[in-house]
Ligand binder design. Structure first.
Ligand code: GLU
Length: 297
């Protein structure tokens, strides 16, 4: 099952380290091999979000700045990761080149507000589609299916999955406003849970021994594992379904449809697979298939 897709870390970690270094030396475009095509002479129905963005020739995209493999700011100040590549593909379909994208850091708890307040045009940020969020924003996609998992220090043999947390004293870290922070409450006492605003703070807390477990989506954790020089590992199977959507203003059906069409095209052209291979695919084993979309509403 896709949810249980095995994510191979070992050898691929070295490959990712090399790739990260290579990206760090680039200015502007992240990885040149995944530079998306930029549509020329685009025309959209007047009044649509697409027409406004194409005319403005710039777009504000909310993403994570501290999540290796999906959205991470590198030394050049540029953003790298699967989410940022997907975002660049969408910008390109609007005729907007990568250097005209304005990135807006979007921690988990702020994503709905950033969209509602019109401070971003869209959010691509390991953002799970769910009904609670759908009351405030709309989602295109999903473009990827993740699942919640646990990350512990490599020498920890006591914690093997969420059930092993029941009745244990383990301190668990996650992020405010995230679905994993809610889901994990079924397994632990509230006093065991520490919440930060971003996952890199949880990874630091694990390193310094302030917490024993970090929990969020498998692919988010995999980014921290791959950067840890063997200090951390994932344990157990994924235990939730986290379909990643592209958050947009609620009710913008035309924009949702445009984004879904763009993703379909990107899957056909190989741009979607390339976005994966040049980012998360450096560490994760399989190139995903584009999932079936939800209907736009
Ligand atoms: N996908 C989950 C969520 O949207 C966890 C990852 C995150 O916080 O970005 O809440």
């Amino acid at each position: 099952m896709r949810w249980k897709a095995v994510l191979r870390v070992g050898v691929a970690m070295a490959a990712f380290a090399v790739a990260t270094t290579a990206c760090g030396q680039q200015q502007g475009l992240g990885s040149s091999s995944s530079t998306p095509s930029v549509a020329q002479g685009v025309h959209f129905e007047p009044g649509t979000t697409m027409a406004k963005l194409a005319e403005a020739h710039t777009i504000r995209i909310g993403t994570k700045f501290d999540q290796p493999l999906f959205g991470q700011q590198i030394l050049s100040g540029n953003l790298t990761g699967f989410d940022t590549e997907v975002a660049r593909i969408i910008a390109g379909a609007l005729g907007i080149p990568p250097d005209k994208v304005q990135w807006v850091e979007s921690p988990s708890a702020q994503r709905e507000e950033l969209i509602k307040q019109g401070r971003v045009d869209l959010v691509v940020a390991t953002y799970t589609i769910n009904d609670k969020r759908r009351q405030q924003v709309s989602f295109a996609g999903p473009y990827y299916l993740a699942g919640q998992s646990l990350m512990v220090k490599s020498d920890n043999t006591a914690i093997t999955g969420p059930d092993s947390l029941r009745g244990a004293r383990a301190k668990v870290c996650s992020v405010q406003g995230s679905t994993p922070a809610e889901n994990i409450r079924k397994y632990i006492d509230p006093a065991q849970l520490t919440l930060f605003d971003v996952y890199s703070k949880c990874a630091d807390a694990l390193r310094t021994g302030q917490v024993d477990v970090v929990t969020t989506d498998n692919v988010v954790l995999l980014g921290f594992v791959s950067n840890s020089n063997g200090a951390y590992k994932l344990v157990g199977d994924t235990f939730t379904k986290e379909p990643y959507g592209i958050g947009i203003r609620k009710g913008d059906v035309a924009f949702c449809t445009f984004i879904n069409d763009t993703l379909t095209q990107a899957a056909k052209s190989g741009a979607y697979a390339n976005a994966w291979k040049t980012t998360a695919g450096k560490v994760a084993e399989q190139t995903p298939q584009l999932p079936t979309f939800d209907s736009c509403s």
